[in-house]
Design a protein around this ligand. Structure first.
Ligand code: NAD
Length: 444
């Protein structure tokens, strides 16, 4: 039986629209169609594949306003951020496709040629917080390498995903890119199906389940999972820049970002001044809906996530943290900008992803101790250090895939990569793109 998947505006709970959720029994047929379509897609060659992706992306760019409004309504982020995300994929997809095309060109070696074959059908499973960007980063290298893709977007943001796929499918041959709508159940069925690779962005819990299920047939995996990113502020840091970054990163996307700063360790000699400045900057932030130009913190995606953030704040306060700002009287659908000091290792937010607009500050006296605290986590996505001479040295000691020195993580032409249980495999750069291909050595 086919059900209906409804999508709600997180700022007011109103219905934005709905799609048909994919019947579990249909998923095998979808994968079979993708398998059949893959042969011709492979033969078409990378130049033509990239050409189609470029043409489709032009249309995405030409519809950026319409897409950004839909993204904002469904996910809650403000219009400026949604426009940035839509334009990011419109211009980013051709860039990724061209980079991926170069990555899969055969390499002549002494005595052999290395070729990069498609794997077959790739499942791309993505989250709601950057519903286009996270999908496109995995989908485009997969398609460029000659794989067909079955895409399962988050159940929170099916409409924007559907719209994007509809545009791409005006240009791509039939069944090269198909969509499966639904929640965990559809995701699991897709993972269990005869796909050759699962390119996943989402929570660690789902990642672990996917790994177990994929082991039966040794499916290839790219796992982009959650984080609990630390920030270390050294005694000689530029206090104003550090405070601005601390607030901006903790509140970005209402804190619903995998690399938002979740834990701040500030040296005791500057802690009071830092906390005061953080509080001052944070107090300028305003919560509200996507179409209010004065708003920079949108709603929280759903009640479950909102309750978790409140539980983390209450847990910290109960265990002795001090509320410098916010933390209570949250209007429905929102979390007010919150700043906590005196956070310690007993508190939930030190160990788990809070994923909300919360600045969480602890003080340290000894740098080695701060580095140990920053590293004392199963996560290893991003980390940031603000400071002078020692900053680079500290950055090298942090166990994270991406470390920002007096700046945020990632960016430029670098891969997006997690360490430890934040995942493995990655996207971006030639080596990242090659993960969507089978390395084949031809010798003679
Ligand atoms: P989620 O894991 O709940 O869901 C992600 C996707 O997986 C959804 O499409 C969901 O339906 C599907 N899914 C859930 N359980 C599944 C299972 N067992 N098998 C197959 N599919 C399953 O995550 P979310 O709440 O949508 O996203 C937030 C999480 O994503 C956070 O942990 C965040 O840090 C992480 N994230 C990581 C990155 C990164 O680049 N590392 C980027 C964005 C988000």
């Amino acid at each position: 039986m086919i059900g209906v998947l409804k999508s709600f505006d997180p700022s007011n709970g109103e219905l934005v629209g709905s799609v048909e959720s994919t019947a579990i029994s249909e998923i095998e047929q979808i994968v079979n169609r993708a398998k059949k379509a893959q042969k011709a897609w492979r033969i078409l060659g990378a130049d033509k594949r990239v050409d189609l992706i470029e043409k489709a992306s032009q249309e995405v760019g030409s519809k950026s306003e319409e897409l950004a409004v839909l993204l904002s309504k469904e996910m809650g982020k403000d219009y400026r951020r949604s426009t940035g995300e839509v334009n990011g994929v419109a211009y980013g997809a051709p860039y990724i496709a061209n980079e991926a095309k170069r990555a899969i060109e055969p390499e002549q070696r002494r005595g052999s040629v290395i070729e990069f074959d498609p794997l077959g059908v790739v499942a791309v499973i993505s989250p709601w917080n950057y519903p286009l960007a996270m999908a496109v980063n995995l989908m485009i290298p997969a398609l460029t390498a000659g794989n067909t893709v079955v895409f399962k977007p988050s159940e929170e943001t099916p409409l924007i995903a559907q719209k994007y796929v509809e545009i791409l499918n005006k240009y791509l041959p039939e069944n090269v890119l198909q969509i499966v709508h639904g929640d965990k159940e559809q995701g699991q069925k897709l993972v269990d199906s005869d796909v050759k690779m699962i390119a996943f962005t989402g929570s660690m819990a789902a990642g672990k389940d996917i790994m177990k299920r994929a082991s039966g047939s040794i499916k290839r995996l790219v796992m982009e999972l959650g984080g609990n990113d630390p920030m270390i502020v050294l005694p000689d840091a530029n206090l104003d820049s550090a405070a601005r970054f601390a607030v901006g990163s903790s509140f970005e996307n209402a804190g619903q970002m995998c690399t938002s700063t979740e834990r701040i360790y500030v040296h005791e000699s500057i802690a009071e001044a830092f906390e005061n400045r953080v509080k001052e900057i944070a107090s300028y932030y305003k919560i509200g809906a996507w179409d209010d130009n004065n708003v920079n913190i949108g709603p929280i995606i759903n009640d479950t996530q909102r309750s978790k953030i409140i539980a983390h704040i209450n847990d910290a306060v109960d265990k002795g943290a001090k509320l410098l700002l916010g933390g209570e009287n949250h209007p429905e659908h929102y979390i007010v900008p919150t700043v906590l000091s005196g956070v310690n290792r007993e508190m939930l937010m030190e160990h788990e992803e809070t994923f909300g607009p919360v600045v969480s500050i602890s003080r340290y006296s000894d740098l080695d101790e701060a580095i140990d605290l920053a590293n004392d986590t199963i996560y290893g996505l991003g980390a940031v250090v603000y400071g002078g001479e020692d900053a680079k040295n500290v950055a090298r000691q942090l166990e994270a895939g991406m470390v920002g020195i007096n700046s945020g993580v990632g960016g430029g032409d670098a891969p997006w990569v997690g360490a430890k249980q934040s995942g493995f495999g990655y996207h971006g750069t030639e080596n990242g793109h090659r993960q969507f291909a089978q390395v084949k050595v031809l010798s003679n």
